[in-house]
Design a protein around this ligand. Sequence first.
Ligand code: ADP
Length: 293
Amino acid sequence: MSDQKTVEETTTSEPAARGTVVVEVRDIGKRYGNIIALSDVSTQVKAGEVTCVLGDNGAGKSTFIKILAGAHQHSDGELLVDGEACTFSSPREALDAGIATVYQDLAVVPLMPVWRNFFLGSEIRTGVGPFKRLDIDAMKKITKDELAAMGIDLRDVEQPIGTLSGGERQCVAIARAVYFGARVLILDEPTAALGVKQSGVVLKYIAKARERGLGVVFITHNPHHAFPVGDRFMLLRRGKSIGDYPKSELTLEDLTSMMAGGAELESLAHELQSIMGEDSDVAAEMVAEAEST
Ligand code: ADP
């Protein structure tokens, strides 16, 4: 009997050439009944670039992600993928177009090994008909190789994913999306709940995904995280875009003060400090900056 391997649910899209616009939104908007969650937002996601979406709580970041990820449909404007206007009616459709989303609360099964989580829902099977079984060796090897290709050095892919740190789990999720053919990777505040060191690790893998030619959409509160890895910055405030700039047009200081400013910046800095801890360098720096604004 010939061994027949199948990988279920893989995406089929080809990677786009670096610099090509893969996803574009033009004056996009979303209304929930009378509530306008997002209006007139425009930006581009290019292959091999990181588009950062910055904004405070309630700015519309989640709404923006949900539209790109196919979880919600836009009410106004246009969403273009490879230059063609489209509306995703489900996350599956977005995934089929090569748009993968890694949410902050990663859907992992903590007690299952890393390799099992890597292939969850897309297992490789071997054999045919009633003799079909999981190809465990192949899945372990691919997981190990893919993590290594992203520069993630795990001692053992057999260890339960719940034993990894939050940053490492994010990195496994990024490697998984890359392996399953994502062209665009949306990262929903991947560093928000992490300390400085762990955030640095995740930022490194964001840069790695960009190097591999993916278009990355990096959602964050934190200009200090966005600036080093971002190529383009789109700022949201109360559902509206307050700017969409390539990196050449702004400095970290511009980004920080534009993002919030004055009292809003200060409360954001304190919020960040409470998340990251009193001795977080990033948070302390932001508080100092907010107080000097
Ligand atoms: P962020 O992710 O930046 O915190 P959101 O996209 O969650 O912002 O929210 C933007 C605005 O839209 C908020 O005022 C929020 O209350 C509103 N909103 C978000 N989702 C819904 C919904 N399902 N129904 C009604 N209002 C919503």
